[in-house]
Design a protein around this ligand. Sequence first.
Ligand code: UT7
Length: 309
Amino acid sequence: MRRATITGLGTAVGREVVTNHDLARTLDTSDEWIVERTGIHERRVGGTCLELGAEAARLALEQAETEAADLDLIICSTCTPDQVFPAVSNRIQDELGANCGAFDLNAACSGFTYGITIGQAQIAAGMERVLVVGVDTLSRFTDWQDRTTAILFGDGAGAVVLAPPSRPDRGLLSTYMGSEGRYADLLACDFGGYIRMDGKEVFRQAVRVMVSASLKVLADAGLDAPDVAAVVPHQANIRIIESAMKRLGIPLERAATVLQSTGNTSSASIPLAMDAAVSNGGIRDGDAVLLVGFGAGMSVAAALLRWGK
Ligand code: UT7
């Protein structure tokens, strides 16, 4: 099967910084509690999915040295679109000046990894350049009076350009998409409502599905957990990441994290963490990199890739 690899990566976050101290002014909470239970210090808020998604997409195209007009497909993962319809991806397409198919997908916080998986399949089928955007503006669906959820979420976007690698050993090695609909009520948001969540149960199930999805993609690629140089997990809670890494037997230092300054940005969290890891040397050419996301649904997705163009 023809492989796909990431040739460009771009990100964007909301402009306003909301610290734990800011939240503690209006909520019965504290910086200490939030840091200890989640690892989050601050989150970024503001912007629409179109604004954040287009900003990240432009940067990804620039890094990939790809013109928007040369894209074959735009996939936008979001569970917080600006409108019921049209899709955010249609507006991003217009904003970029692209001339290709475009659609949104909703697999909540697993959506970016779902997007990569679908994008890869299109490259295998003959497309040359697919843009995958993960963007969410959860702050618009957060009850800022609810201390159990308001401390967690932020707004952001990440985008990648997928294309066939120039070195055949680079690119996506294996992918997995899962859904456990029996857990759909653990984390939900109704039309006109706010995010509601059974945090403890989401936590428990999240660790389990992250580990099982990771083991699946490792087995499919014929790799063992210690072969993984960097894990890019969904950025929901540092304790979830710690538990999953421990169960996988991968040292915590290999986990890319950005939640300390972004909070949980849903579809954007994996590309944001990936970008941070590339910048700080946590991901290098030739590394085996494991992406693993989970979220409402309960959805789960993992992808294993050999980093590089
Ligand atoms: O993309 C997926 C999105 N969601 C997740 O991944 C959520 C996963 N779950 C979590 O991250 C954690 O469960 C939370 C951070 C949401 C909560 O942490 P926890 O360690 O599970 O705390 P808890 O819900 O068991 O609450 C412990 C105590 C409770 O008080 P009592 O009953 O012991 O008196 C809560 O009322 O902490 C209280 N509490 C707070 N206290 C201060 C809950 N939220 C807060 C708060 N500040 N913000």
